[in-house]
Design a protein around this ligand. Structure first.
Ligand code: ZN
Ligand code: ZN
Length: 341
């Protein structure tokens, strides 16, 4: 299906054949020869089923290291099987907030990367509650780790239990519009930005800065000016988007057959960002490219045309809709953005 896309003149669109299913390879296989930031869209849907879209999952490669931001159902398998990400170099999973569709898959990402050879410990980083998340998954996988080690370990294949253990860093950002350094790893700085997803509180977005390139991921939030300020002059802003008129229409449509679902849909119009608002934030931030993701409405009637109503008047901001399997490369020492659909 085609969908609206606008590209900056300096934006290189590289059409590459989708990669064939591949088993886990050595982490250097895709990390070698690339320096900069690379973003993997491993889940661009929301909590509802949407054909072809996993629950929220984004991964960011900085140099040879890999970091994830949220991971719902399906994201990990797409990332490791179809996208060529250096998953054995996974170092941390940043959590935006503790809604189930953003965290359902983080345990599998941690366990499967270790089973397949990740040798360094992994940390969950995010708002209060990530400590319990790590603690919980350490308990959930306690027996699995023993089984894997006993079954598969030999002279050449090791299963270090200290690398399986998930560490956590729960961050407190007291000011509603505040931010704080979440991670400093070599030339990479990751900043947590408090956003507003009330009544889910606290909730964070994240900014990655590496060798002059920068990517901001909004997490779930209303249109939040402090996020635009924190995203100032970033190369790439990945922002959630929901069309509320469409959401309410869908709520009315299912009200008779599914009153509970109808009420849940109607509840969500107070804590997301409209596409037109996301464009306005991108303009304010002065980013080179905006990608709309967390497309919960992708399966609804009227997507994408009705979803995008109002955006056609905006010629100032370059933007596109995220797709599962898409990557965007931002090589260090340049201002290129290369989109691989
Ligand atoms: Zn969400
Ligand atoms: Zn949420």
């Amino acid at each position: 299906m085609s969908h609206p896309r606008r590209f900056a003149s300096k934006l290189l669109l590289a059409l590459v054949a989708s990669q064939f299913l591949q088993v886990l390879t050595a982490p250097s296989a895709s990390a070698q020869g690339f320096d900069g930031l690379k973003v993997y869209f491993c889940g661009t849907g929301g909590p509802l089923f949407s054909s072809g879209r996993n629950q929220p999952c984004t991964a960011v490669q900085a140099g040879d290291s890999l970091y994830m931001v949220d991971n719902g159902v399906g994201g990990w398998n797409t990332l490791r099987s179809e996208m060529g990400a250096p998953v054995l170099n996974l170092k941390a999973i940043f959590i935006t907030h503790l809604h189930s569709d953003h965290i359902a898959g983080v345990g599998e990402a941690a366990e499967q990367s270790w089973i397949n050879g990740r040798a360094e410990p992994l940390t969950f980083i995010g708002p209060e509650g990530v400590d319990k998340l790590a603690e919980g998954f350490n308990l959930v996988y306690e027996r699995d780790r023993v089984f894997r080690k006993a079954h598969h370990e030999n002279e050449n294949v090791k299963f270090p239990l200290d690398a399986a253990f998930i560490h956590s860093k729960a961050m407190d950002i007291p000011e509603p519009d505040g931010s704080a350094i979440a991670l400093q790893d070599g030339e990479l700085t990751v900043t947590a930005i408090r956003v507003s997803h009330e009544p889910i509180d606290p909730a964070f977005g994240y900014r990655f800065d590496y060798r002059g390139r920068s990517v901001v991921i909004s997490g779930d939030t209303i249109a939040w000016t402090p996020l635009a300020d924190a995203a100032q002059d970033a190369d790439l802003l990945i922002h959630e988007a929901q069309n509320n008129a469409m959401q309410l229409a869908q709520s009315r449509m299912v009200s008779r057959i599914n009153p509970r679902g109808s009420a849940l849909l109607a509840d969500t119009v107070t804590y997301h960002t409209e596409p037109v608002e996301a464009l306005e934030l991108a303009r304010r931030a002065g980013v080179d490219l905006l990608v709309l993701s967390h497309l919960t409405q992708a399966g609804f009637p009227g997507f994408p045309d009705r979803f995008l109503e109002g955006t056609e008047q905006d010629d100032e901001v370059d933007w596109l809709l995220a797709e599962d399997g898409m990557t965007i490369s931002l090589p260090a020492g340049s201002n290129e953005l290369t989109v691989n659909p």
